[in-house]
Design a protein around this ligand. Structure first.
Ligand SMILES: Nc1nc2c(ncn2[C@@H]2O[C@H](COP(=O)(O)OP(=O)(O)OP(=O)(O)O)[C@@H](O)[C@H]2O)c(=O)[nH]1
Ligand SMILES: [Mg+2]
Length: 315
């Protein structure tokens, strides 16, 4: 039976028993958005919660994909089955069998790894809706961890990673990189810092900058009441050094979340963010529609017209 002829119900069942083509099809449907995506969210949601969701972000070219590629080689040796969602990749993941183009990246990295690259442009629901949907597909299919790579420019991209269970922020050696990351809002969301390209000069300066910024933001929650302070790990993703330490730091953060009860708090916040996006999207669409019905040559002021439309929408 062809995967395409399966109902969403059948697809979810097949995905849960490990059918990779079913997983790929579900991801495609989720990425497209609309009713099918919503139905898949309903069907997968009850089977989720098992996966640790790890966000990896940082400036363009920081080495996120190279690091992620190394993690997909390391993790199966530790007995886990990772899935990767690479959002809008401008360069391919490298490492092991997963070098190559988008087609080769999609789900052919070996049976214990699933890699999906997704372009955000032109997506109906937008990144904020498709990412949680895709993470659910992976989670329901038994992948753990689920790694999301996004480039750390743009609020939505940063938010998506900030909503993960563990957010990894990748910076590079060089004067000002930590400052740039701070400006992009990345320091606030970081649970683990990676100074990648530690083979280049300046890594210890960047560490010092980061430590300083963490000291300064002490009161704003970088070191919380439980004493958690984001560790800084040095890595050279191209040769794999430091990658095990990166993963150990992620695991330590996960243990911290579990032992303090913060995992549940984070997940509630993530759900809230997703629901908020869904509601906003509906209101946005309804507003567009209502605007089409309004006579804009009307002599009333924009405020009055906005009031009229809002009253109509919100009752
Ligand atoms: N010297 C050095 N180069 C690295 C290291 N890690 C990655 N690179 C190189 O940096 C370039 C960018 O690496 P990517 O992994 O594509 O970076 P990225 O952050 O995923 O980039 P975007 O997804 O385009 O934002 C590539 O040429 C890598 O080979 C490292 O540890 N040391
Ligand atoms: Mg990349």
């Amino acid at each position: 039976m062809s995967i395409r002829s399966l109902s969403p119900d059948g697809l979810v069942e097949a995905a849960r028993s490990g059918n990779r083509r079913a997983i790929g099809r579900l991801l495609t449907l989720v990425e497209r958005g609309g009713e099918a995506a919503d139905e898949i969210t309903d069907l997968t949601h009850p089977h989720t919660g098992g996966a640790h969701v790890v966000g990896i972000t940082g400036a363009p070219g920081a080495g996120k994909s190279t690091l992620t590629g190394q993690l997909t080689k390391l993790l199966p040796t530790l007995g886990t089955r990772p899935a990767v969602l690479a959002v809008d990749p401008s360069s391919p993941l490298s490492g092991g069998a997963i070098l190559g183009d988008r087609v080769r990246m999609d789900g052919v990295a070996g049976k214990d790894v699933f890699i999906r690259s997704v372009a955000t442009r032109g997506h109906a629901g937008g990144l904020a809706l498709s990412v949680p949907g895709s993470v659910r597909v992976f989670d329901a299919a038994g992948f753990d961890p689920v790694i999301i790579e996004t480039v750390g420019v743009g609020q939505v991209e940063v938010d998506v990673v900030g909503a993960a269970d563990t957010a990894v922020v990748v910076v590079n050696p060089g004067w000002g990189d930590a400052v740039q990351a701070n400006k992009a809002g990345l320091l606030e969301v970081a649970d683990v810092f990676v100074i990648n390209k530690a083979d280049r000069p300046g890594a210890s300066d960047t560490r010092r900058d980061l430590e300083l910024m963490l000291d300064l933001s002490h009161t704003t929650g970088q070191e919380d009441e439980s004493g958690y302070r984001p560790p800084i790990v040095m890595a050279t993703a191209t040769d794999g050094s430091g990658v095990e330490e990166v993963w150990e730091a992620v695991e330590a953060h996960r243990r911290h979340l579990v032992s303090t009860g913060k995992l549940a708090t984070r997940r509630t916040a993530r759900l809230r963010y997703e629901i908020q996006n869904r509601v906003e999207q509906r209101i946005h669409a309804a507003a567009e529609e209502a605007l089409d019905d309004v006579d804009l040559s009307d002599t009333r002021s924009p405020t009055e017209l906005a009031d009229e439309i809002s009253d109509r929408l919100l009752g």
